[in-house]
Design a protein around this ligand. Structure first.
Ligand SMILES: Nc1ncnc2c1ncn2[C@@H]1O[C@H](COP(=O)(O)OP(=O)(O)OP(=O)(O)O)[C@@H](O)[C@H]1O
Ligand SMILES: [Mg+2]
Length: 170
């Protein structure tokens, strides 16, 4: 695999498989001796619980994480980032800041994500117990030019992961 640090940015709906694939990738890279760091939406939001889900809050969250990713990249660290990052403009803002940006669109359908409902949030969103939930009452703007699209609906985690490694050439 290339020695050049990269920013591998996973985007997609809640339950699409971003964290699952990102965590697998980080352990794979670490085992291969690559200096890397995982930035995950849930981890960051747990540290900064005041971050909300308005467009402004989501944009700030994504852009700040992108800035951090670009600094790590500049210092030789490969960054694996998993954020819903629903807005095209803020993802493109991050792309421009990074040198070697790879956008991975985890393009799992809403239907599948809702069936998985890993965190029980779709159920809550449908009942109106939570609002501004991406895909239900908040928008998701799919990438137009992602480097890689992985549609996980009908494949195992290992199959999706193999596609990812194949693209990354590692
Ligand atoms: N091919 C696949 N790739 C990735 N995940 C899969 C696949 N098939 C099934 N899954 C399952 O889908 C779920 C994805 O959950 P995960 O937490 O990774 O989603 P997420 O995109 O990080 O969501 P969130 O934005 O809410 O954090 C996991 O339970 C995982 O095992
Ligand atoms: Mg996640």
């Amino acid at each position: 695999m290339t020695e050049e640090p990269r920013v591998i940015w996973f985007t997609g709906l809640s339950g699409a498989g971003k964290t699952t694939l990102a965590e697998k990738l980080v352990s794979y890279l670490k085992n291969s001796g690559v200096k890397c760091e995982l930035l995950d939406g849930d981890t960051v939001r747990n540290i900064f619980p005041q971050t909300g889900f308005s467009k402004k809050d989501r944009d700030e969250h994504v852009k700040r994480m992108g800035f951090l990713a670009s600094m790590l990249e500049r210092n030789g660290v490969t960054v694996v980032a998993s954020f819903i990052s629903p807005y095209r403009e803020s993802r493109d803002f991050v792309r421009k800041m990074c040198k070697n940006f790879i956008e991975v669109y985890v393009a799992t359908s809403l239907e599948t994500c809702e069936k998985r409902d890993v965190k029980g949030l779709y159920k809550k969103a449908r009942k109106g117990e939570i609002t501004s939930f991406t895909g239900i009452d908040d928008p998701y703007e799919p990438p137009l030019n992602s480097e890689l699209t992985i549609k996980t609906d009908n494949e195992t985690v290992d199959e999706s992961f193999r596609k990812l490694l194949n693209y990354l050439n590692c």
